[in-house]
Design a protein around this ligand. Structure first.
Ligand SMILES: Cc1ncc(COP(=O)(O)O)c(C=O)c1O
Length: 385
């Protein structure tokens, strides 16, 4: 039983007990190097290919379209860096609200290739007509990278529609599905997408492992060279225990997806409703449905210091986030809040939920926020007397 109320599941999720057990056993049984030719190596290789088959099956892909990597960041870097070298991509289209593992690579790439940004609205949802205008504006071979769901705000993009548009204009399409894999059905036979990024630790799997769906592996150019693992597209001895854990986590996530969604969406909506009752002048950044049901992103009124609120919540045992985990320590305003034109005087907190949360935790958190808000108000009044 956790000692705190963990509402930071968009940063990472607790590992499923069944996944831990599976990994524990795999660590004992399959320690061989999957590249070794002897029986122990062959047994490890069988497990690895089985995991690949399981993962591929859950997203309508072929096993040969799944590449194991160390994390979502690596997969995103691999795609962006590759396509200039192999697919003759000469132009990029993306959004200003991507995770830094896309956004910062795009900034770097923009030294050599044009990068255009699709317009987003105040809830970080992309403007599909802006994408079409950009696609129409040049005949240069283009890669479009648009995330399925935004990690800070919870905006959800229609990747089928985006993929169809990309196909119509002959552009390659990459989608960072780190926040949605295992939370929404993703069928690569139905969605015209060339690359999908996923990371196990966002769907109750282990950290330090992810996968890239790649429709045509020839569009990839190895960025890590060495032995010939992963058909030379990604060298380095595979993290087999974690790969097995990732497959198990995805299997569980997909098999109970609808129940998980109903439970989590119910808790998230309850949280937002009660928070609005408690502090009516909050601003909810997460758009109305369809949205990423795990995330509640909220701007608090100026009179409430969010730094103090976040700190006090932490002191009271509630874990939430002031933005994405990767940038929240940096003390800089979030690029996402900047891009959506949020009032910079107001600060936001992100509460993100998982199937392990309970309604009691939601209600307790609201009570704590109410108490803290009253205290903050009292302190403010005393300071102005
Ligand atoms: C949308 C998105 N993309 C990519 C990443 C990076 O994934 P990883 O932590 O596996 O590198 C994250 C992690 O927060 C994310 O939320």
């Amino acid at each position: 039983m956790s000692a705190y109320i963990y509402l930071d599941n968009a940063a990472t999720t607790p590992i499923d007990e069944e996944v831990i057990d599976t990994m524990h056993q795999a660590m004992k049984d399959f320690y061989g190097n999957p590249s070794s030719q002897h029986a122990s190596g062959r047994a490890a290789k069988v497990q690895m290919e089985n995991a690949r088959r399981v993962i591929a099956g859950k997203i309508g892909a072929k096993p040969s379209e799944i590449l194991f990597v160390s994390c979502g960041t690596e997969a995103n870097n691999l795609v962006m860096r590759s396509v200039c070298q192999t697919a003759e991509i000469r132009r990029f289209i993306t959004t200003p609200v991507e995770h830094p593992s896309v956004g910062n690579v795009m900034k770097d790439i923009s030294k050599n290739y044009p990068v255009a940004y699709v317009k987003v609205n105040a809830h970080a949802q992309i403007d599909i007509s802006s994408l079409e205008e950009l696609l129409q504006s040049s005949s240069e071979k283009t890669l479009v990278s648009i995330m399925h769901a935004n990690n800070e705000i919870g905006a959800l993009n229609d990747i089928k529609k985006i993929g169809e548009l990309c196909k119509q204009y002959g552009a390659l399409f990459h989608s960072d599905c780190v926040q949605t894999m295992g939370h929404f059905p993703i069928d690569t036979q139905d969605i015209p997408v060339d690359f999908i990024t996923a990371s196990a630790h966002k769907f109750h799997g282990p950290k330090g492992v992810g996968f890239l769906f790649v429709r045509n592996p020839k569009t990839l150019c190895p960025q890590i060279m060495g032995g010939s693992q992963e058909r030379s597209y990604r060298s380095g001895t595979e993290n087999l225990t974690s790969i097995i854990g990732m497959a198990k986590a995805l299997e569980i996530a997909v098999s109970d997806m609808k129940d998980h969604e109903t439970k989590i969406r119910g808790m998230r909506d309850r949280f937002l409703e009660k928070l609005t009752q408690a502090i009516p002048d909050i601003e909810i950044l997460t758009p109305q449905a369809p949205n990423l049901y795990t995330v509640a992103s909220v701007l608090f009124p100026e009179r409430m210091s969010v730094e103090t609120l976040g700190f006090q919540l932490d002191m009271k045992g509630v874990c939430c986030s002031g933005g994405s985990a990767c940038s929240s320590g940096a003390g800089k305003p979030s690029h996402v809040l900047e891009a959506i034109g949020a009032n910079q005087k107001k600060k936001g907190l992100r509460f993100s939920f998982s199937r392990y949360n309970t309604t009691e935790e939601v209600d307790k958190t609201i009570e704590i926020i109410k108490e803290l808000s009253l205290e903050l108000m009292k302190n403010l009044e005393n300071a102005t007397i």
